[in-house]
Design a protein around this ligand. Structure first.
Ligand code: HEC
Length: 163
């Protein structure tokens, strides 16, 4: 397994919180939910705790660069509208979220692509592409340590379908 691939798997396991998709929260009380971190070996925890040895840091840095890069026909960067990445604090922890405009539940990656299409006039990024993983990692990083708490009030139908 090459380093990129391995980093990507690790990243998926540790950072992309929005991928904990539509877990029926009513079945696991909030205070009983545990991060994957709690189940890691001591060595893996140590690696994740140290940003300089955590391979996910490379993705976050890539994501920061993409955040500031102008793209699409609009030639706008994410930062042009959202300012600093820290404006995304808490956002990833709220996803998946119900999108009123589209009338359906969307994950963070889809939400990023809506901005690509609607606001940057750029083609959507492929799921799991380097750019999508990097951007979502950089956004998820802003919610580090926050509990994942999507507002499920409008997502009952989606959650049922998921079951
Ligand atoms: C031209 C302005 C503009 C640009 C450029 C833009 N966005 Fe957005 N973004 C918005 C607006 C406005 C919203 C609110 C939803 C909507 O109206 O589309 C939003 C919403 C979001 C959300 C959801 C926030 C929440 O609280 O749920 C995320 C995540 C996001 N943008 C990420 C990005 C990323 C990543 C980029 C760059 C790839 C980007 N945006 C580029 C204007 C922009």
């Amino acid at each position: 397994m090459n380093l990129r691939r391995r980093s990507s798997l690790l990243l998926a396991a540790t950072l992309v919180m929005s991928d904990v998709l539509l877990l029926p929260a009513s079945e696991i009380p909030l205070d009983a939910r545990r991060s994957g971190y709690d189940f890691m070996s001591r060595e893996t925890r140590a690696m994740q705790d140290d940003d300089t040895s955590n391979p996910a840091t490379l993705w976050v840095l890539d994501g920061e660069a993409l955040w500031n890069a102008k793209a699409g026909t609009a030639q706008k960067s994410c930062a042009d509208c959202h300012r600093d990445l820290s404006s995304m604090k808490g956002v990833a922890a709220r996803y998946p979220a119900f999108d009123d405009k589209r009338g359906k539940a969307v994950d963070l990656e889809s939400r990023i692509n809506f901005c690509r299409i609607d606001h940057q006039q750029a083609p959507p990024l492929a799921s799991e592409s380097r750019e999508m993983l990097a951007l979502s990692a950089a956004i998820a990083r802003q919610s580090r340590g926050e509990p994942i708490a999507p507002d499920e009030s409008k997502m009952a139908a989606t959650i049922d379908a998921g079951r």
